[in-house]
Design a binder for this molecule. Structure first.
Ligand SMILES: [Zn+2]
Length: 235
């Protein structure tokens, strides 16, 4: 038996000889070259941690690339999200039903939506974020004569229907045209078809009758669907 103490080149510890089981049928010498078992294990753990950090960095870059960073143009709006609000919203994260944040401007509704969307995106969920104004442009863009814009619009509208978690900001912000209402109603129908329905997280400065009024003849049907897809939370 070679009882000469072999030292690990990494940590300098005396390497334990391999057990009889580990040696069974193997061509390893009792004392093997390279680092000790503990160091090999630690290297493996470090590599795993580095790999998950790499995934987080990559997803953060993808997020910034796709949705950008939130830029609030109104300096009077609060900068920070109150902890209680984020905790409340987090509690809805995996419950399968969406959330509607309804309240006056300056209640960090957009910031909350983006915060939740990014959290879900970072853990690999299929998330899409769109503002009501963008949705209106794409609803009209579907009929554009400009090929590139029409294709982009069709793609964006399809993403809204098909993504697992749709985030829709500032509903009712602009006057909803007939084109908008028809497209939005179709979106809600599509998302409520699967059982369970696909959650939708949205914000609006309007609730109740004032939201219904935003969509004219389609108002009642649209708000009824929204009610089925999301739990209302006063922001
Ligand atoms: Zn070692």
């Amino acid at each position: 038996m070679n009882e000469k103490n072999e030292l690990c080149p990494r940590c300098g510890a005396v390497k334990e000889p391999l057990s009889a089981e580990a040696l069974e049928g193997s061509c390893f010498p009792r004392i093997w070259p390279g680092p000790c078992g503990d160091c090999v294990e630690k290297e493996r753990e470090d590599a795993k941690i580095e790999e998950s950090r790499r995934i987080i960095r990559r997803r953060a870059a993808e997020w910034a690339n796709e949705f950008g960073e939130y830029d609030d143009t109104n300096p009077d709006h609060p900068r920070a999200i109150p902890g209680a609000k984020s905790a409340l919203l987090a509690s809805f994260r995996d419950c399968g039903k969406g959330v509607a944040l309804v309240g006056p401007p300056g209640r960090v509704k957009t910031r909350l939506l983006l915060w939740l969307a990014k959290q879900m995106f970072m853990v690999g969920r299929d998330v899409h974020f769109i503002t009501s104004a963008e949705f209106g442009r794409y609803a009209a863009g579907k009929f554009s004569h400009e090929d590139e814009y029409r294709e982009r619009s069709v793609w964006e509208l399809a993403r809204c229907r098909e993504c697992d978690f749709l985030f829709f900001d500032d509903l009712g912000h602009e006057k909803a045209t007939e084109t908008y209402c028809v497209e939005f109603k179709a979106l809600l129908d599509e998302r409520s078809r699967p059982k369970p329905a696909q959650p939708m997280y949205w914000s609006s400065n309007f609730g109740g009758q004032s939201l219904i009024d935003k969509f004219g003849d389609h108002g009642a049907a649209i708000v009824r669907r929204l009610d089925q897809l999301s739990t209302f939370v006063t922001a």
